[in-house]
Design a protein. Sequence first.
Length: 718
Amino acid sequence: MRNVNAYLETDFHDHPLQRVIGRRDFLRLSGGGLVVLFTLPRLAGQVQAQGRELPEDPNAYLRIDEDGTVTCFTGKIEMGQGVITSLAQMLAEELDVPLGAVKMVMGDTAFCPWDMGTFGSRTTRFFGPALRQAGATARQALLELASEHFSLPVDDLATADGFVYLRREPSRRIAYGQLVRGKRIERRAKTEVHVKSPSQFKVMGKAVPRTDAILKVTGKAQYSADLRLPGMLYARLLRPPAHGARLVSVNTDRARSFPGAIVVEEGELVAVLHEKPDLAERALQLIEARFETPEPTVDHETIFDHLLKVARPGELVAQGGDLETGQRMASRRFRATYLNDYVAHAPIEPHAAVATVEGHRLTVWASTQTPFPLQEQIAREFGLALEDVRVITPFVGGGFGGKSANRQALEAVRLAKLTGRPVQVAWSREEEFFFDTFRPAAIVTIDAGVATDGRLCYWDYHVYYAGSRGSEHFYDIPHHRTLASGTGWQGGPGSHPFATGPWRAPANNTNTFARESHIDLMAAEIRTDPVEFRLKHLTDPRMRRLLEVAAGRFGWKSAPHPTGRGYGVACGIDSGTYVVTMVEVEVNRGTGEVKVRRALAAQDMGICVNPEGARLQMEGCTMMGLGYALTEHIRFRGGEILDRNFDTYEIARFSWLPEIDTIIVENNSLEPQGGGEPAIITVGGAVANAIFDATGVRLYRLPMTPERLKAALAEQAR
């Protein structure tokens, strides 16, 4: 078992029932090579705050094999955000190896050290610095080995392309694999090791194609629903008609007589399994069941009144100055309430999992953002030792926060244990919508004022249920307060009629829409151009520069809104990244339809590891943002979800695609910041402001559907 990657390929693709082994055993069995273990400093505090013991060697380790292959083992996962490439770039840079020499092993609990999950645009900005230090530590260790080999001081040596060579005689060199051959070396990464400066970069900062691109465009990439194991059964489960419904009676006789069908009944779990998925579905339709559904007390129109009635007191997020003083200074006051509906994650890949049991050991392949928390949940709920549970994360076809919950994996495990055979649970699109943890419906109230000189003098902001992320303003306002009620997304008892959860840049879409709409509202009322109004209240140099660059590239012409042009702007900060979005829209007053003709997304994200990957994320965020801005919302009646597929739940379509321009403003003085989510937070606000500029009508609720815009235009005409 000399080659780590060959072992992993065999274990994953050809023989999935390999015994589960620990990471230490794996290192011992894998022969010679250099292993560098590393830990995120801030992880220890997070884990201890949760009352847990710190896992052994958390976060990751890298390994250099005798054949020169460099492998990084990390609990992070790849779900389309491109970190499989950008992390490899960071490691290749510090190790001085070609990018193609780096292999990423991600989200496998048998080999990868513990990680809390992949979310919050944290992978690059939190994990990346530790990975670079580990790479630099490995490079230093190789230099020391080469120093012994050549009997020369380390200062006389240098590295490039997987070799150590003599500075004065570059033709004399030795490959990394040769240096570690016959040895087993372990090092722990040191924080004091020097990483490269941007001026030294050869791999980081370069636009490179994604390393998983060929697998994905050719259909060779493996997702959980693609797995086929010997003897595997496909499961279809009986589902309730609404959240909160209780199973009263069930008759499975006809399903049991269906050829090849296996029926499982355990409590409220009723499932039909078959060796063919379509036949499992046909057998499921033969079950006769009666559910008792509670009378609905709230729906998608009355939810906001309900949420305000049950809201808890606000928690202070930020404050400065004195609100009463600011209110006395105000010559004009502006109050408004902003709303957003529930929004589904709607990933391309619905939740799926495959589970298999071998003795007391269990292996699960799951589309999940949280493989290690899932491993712990399985062990806890099924009374298993943690080391006997292995979770493998293949490629994940989009998560956006929605694959942090793992119901489908628990269902697969339960059915595999009951049947004694491998089981796949792959949700239908209807199940995906029903069991989704929606972006919560939320309310924002803002009371703000300007003085006689046109400057903001106070800002009183209260967000309900969305969460506090992105709620703090970055404008120069002397007297301000920001409160958040129902922080996070759970909201508290008696709030939401079904599960809610994080949705790409959770809370920040809501907060940025409200804040940037209100800033525009005030600028329009005092007849000031919205870009000039923002610049007048910005001393933050990063945001000022970004807004000025964006306005210049977009061709923004100064004028008080509305102008009829359909221009809109919004600024925001997420995951350490500053973002400005500008759009131009065309509004059909007869149909209420909004067409975004062009969009510009500008970002200051510190050091940009892979500009090509960053641009792809910015473009994807812009398109996905058009969905939550214009059409995406869940209609419901009590616990009954009325939108179960894309025939009524409308996501952004290819026909909507505007001309998208992206700008990445260079800022090499700052470590890499988040790139997977920031560009989405400003889309709603920018489109809302553009609609106002085009029509003079301001919409206060997301999404800004044709029906809502037509109603607002009709009200304007009265």
